[in-house]
Structures are given as structure tokens and as C-alpha cells.
Design a protein around this ligand. Structure first.
Ligand code: SF4
Length: 351
């Protein structure tokens, strides 16, 4: 049965934060009305968490909450992709791979899951087949039209990436990309210290989940660099610097970014933010912590879940940044002139 109205709901969670400039331009080009779930609130977290087992990672709980929000808004067709493998032998975690099944099993109601699979390993399903599968239920079968929409979407996505790499804030880069603009020369404020924020996009660009960490660090006078400030080549170089083999799809944004920044003299410290219950992250973070010692970079590890309190989060950020300021002043004053400055390692589980 063909769905007549080209209306699609997209949960503002997980892949939204990496790929929405691409997906929104793709669906727009094909004449869809795209409805997004509202920004994450306490209600999103509570309702999402109530439907899955406690051990489930925070981003999945948030995702479930966003699907519920779309249903509440009366959206009938919700895009829930299965991103299995993004390159040969490069895989996502089982939760992202099995997302449509997970949602089907835990969220009951009057809605359709618009499912599409990206699997560049076992099933050889590439981006074009992924996009074709997503629009097939709406009767869009014209391959050349889908291809044109894909090319159009890539222009928006690449513009967005360029702006993010030039340190245009995420929301602004999203807005400019949607308007078809590329702005890379906004006045940059000078900062005394710079930190590399190592985390998945959905853990740092969802302001409720990360308690607006960018804004909090900016208020502390800290410049923030993330994986999204780097090109693909820089991320791959980063993996080589730390001698890590790529296996997880999101390993580039974690280990690749960490490797690149740990080698950089412009970075004063590294902050990692990971979700409690994330298997791949726990492996990557252990490795990043060990490598940080070799590179003599102070590192703060923060683990978050739906119970994380803002006061504790801010206190840890302040203490870490204060230590970075003290260290920098001491180095300037010659205190650590001929010796290796100490590596501080705080691992904090904010549960
Ligand atoms: S990579 Fe980790 S945080 Fe992300 S969905 Fe998978 S288990 Fe959850």
C-alpha cells in the first residue's frame, strides 16, 4: 500500500545530530513535509526510560522518548533507520543496528515505522539503496529523482560540515545550511585555554542530555574543539597517531578525534563525555585514557545518564578547567620548564 501524504517524522535523537542537514535536504527536495520531535525535556527522558530496561544507554532512552513525542504530535510515519555498517567491516553497536526492531517492540501505537537499512558489509546496501528504501512506501521509485535528491542533500551536508569545521556553532551552521548559505568568518573570541571534547554528536549537541556543555565551557572562557571541527582525513590521521584499528562506525569521532587532539600543542586538555551502559565507548575510553598519559594531556572522563545532576556536572567542569588554567600559568611562569607537566586524570561517573 502506498502512503499518499508525503509527511515524515524524524526523532531529534541519535543520527539526527550527525546527518540531519543531509536528511532534511533530501526529503525537502522530494516534496516531503518533515516533522521533527520537540527538543529533549525531562518528560522525553522519563517516558523513554520507562519503556526500556534500566541498563539501556541514555541515547536509546532519549530516542524512544522522541518517538513517543512524534506519536503524541499525531505523526503517522516515523523514520527509524537501521544503520548496520557504514563501510566494509565497520559496524555500529547492536542498539543502533537493531533500532527499528527495538522501537517496534517497545513503542506501541498507531504509527508506521519507515525503515531503511544501510549495510555496506554483509548485505551490500549502500546509501542509494538506503534512501530508495526510505521513500519507497510513499510511491517514489524514480531512481534518477532519488539520485538528484541525494546530490542536493550532499551539497547541504558538505556546507554544514565546512561551517562546523570553521567553528560556527552547531545551531547556526544548521540554520545557515538550511538557508543554502556558507558562513565561515564570524568574529572569533580569543580564549586562554582550549579543550577537545570527545563524544558522539548525540551526546553533546542535545542540550538537555549534555546540559549545554558548549555554553558552560564558553562561560568558563574555554574554547571547545570537537570531532566535528575536524576533516575526515584529520580523523583518520588521529586513529593512526594512537595506533587504533577502525571497527566501530563511530570510532573516528571518538578515538580518531582524541588521537588528533592529543598530539596537538593547541589543546590544553581533553574532556570525554560518554553514556552509561555504552559498550563501545567503555572500550574506546580506556584506550584514550592510556594514550593521554603518553601524550601528557590532562583528561576528564564524564559518564552521564538520565539521573545526572547539573550541579555535579558543572563542578567537575569548573575544577578541571581551573586545573588547566593553573597548569598553563605555571608553565608560563617557568615552573615546569624542564620537566614533564603532570597528567591529571579524573574519571567521574555522574550517576
Ligand atoms: S554507541 Fe553506545 S551510546 Fe551510542 S547507541 Fe550504541 S550503546 Fe548507546
Amino acid at each position: 500500500m502506498v502512503i499518499e501524504k508525503k509527511v515524515i517524522g524524524i526523532p531529534r535523537a541519535l543520527i539526527y545530530y550527525n546527518y540531519i542537514p543531509f536528511l532534511s535536504a533530501f526529503f525537502d527536495y522530494l516534496g516531503f513535509e518533515v516533522i521533527y520531535s520537540d527538543f529533549t525535556t525531562k518528560k522525553t527522558l522519563t517516558e523513554g526510560a520507562s519503556l526500556v530496561v534500566t541498563e539501556t544507554c541514555l541515547p536509546i532512552k532519549v530516542y524512544v522518548g522522541h518517538v513517543l513525542n512524534l506519536i503524541e504530535k499525531g505523526v503517522k510515519n516515523i523514520f527509524v533507520p537501521s544503520i548496520q555498517s557504514t563501510a566494509p567491516k565497520i559496524y555500529n553497536c547492536s542498539k543502533i543496528r537493531g533500532l527499528p526492531d527495538l522501537i517496534r517492540n517497545v513503542v506501541k501505537g498507531e504509527y508506521n515505522i519507515i525503515e531503511a537499512t544501510l549495510d555496506k558489509s554483509e548485505k551490500n546496501l549502500n546509501l542509494t539503496s538506503f534512501l530508495s528504501e526510505a521513500v519507497r512506501p510513499f510511491g517514489i521509485l524514480d531512481f534518477s529523482l532519488i539520485d538528484k535528491a541525494k546530490k542536493h542533500a550532499f551539497i547541504h551536508y558538505n556546507n554544514f560540515r565546512v561551517m562546523i569545521q570553521h567553528n560556527i556553532p552547531y545551531d547556526k551552521a544548521l540554520k545557515y545550511a538550511k538557508e543554502g548559505k556558507v558562513i565561515i568568518n564570524e568574529n572569533e573570541v580569543k580564549h586562554d585555554i582550549t579543550v577537545a571534547l570527545i563524544a558522539h554528536g548525540y551526546n553533546i549537541y542535545d542540550k538537555r542530555v549534555c546540559m549545554d556543555v558548549f555554553d558552560k565551557l564558553e562561560k568558563l572562557g574555554v574554547k571547545v574543539q570537537s570531532a566535528y571541527s575536524l576533516t575526515d582525513e584529520q580523523l583518520k590521521d588521529g586513529l593512526d597517531y594512537v595506533n587504533v584499528e577502525l571497527y566501530w562506525a563511530n570510532q573516528l569521532e571518538m578515538s580518531g578525534a582524541a588521537g588528533y587532539y592529543m598530539r596537538s600543542n593547541d589543546i590544553d586538555g581533553v574532556i570525554t563525555i560518554t553514556a552509561f551502559g555504552c559498550g563501545p565507548d567503555s572500550l574506546m575510553i580506556e584506550d584514550i585514557k592510556r594514550k593521554a598519559k603518553n601524550f601528557n594531556k590532562p583528561i576528564l572522563n564524564l559518564t552521564i545518564d538520565e539521573h545526572t545532576g547539573e550541579a555535579g556536572f558543572v563542578t567537575r567542569l569548573e575544577a578541571f578547567c581551573d586545573m588547566l588554567y593553573r597548569k598553563k600559568r605555571a608553565i608560563k611562569g617557568g615552573k615546569f620548564k624542564d620537566e614533564i607537566s603532570p597528567v591529571e586524570d579524573y574519571t567521574i561517573n555522574l550517576r
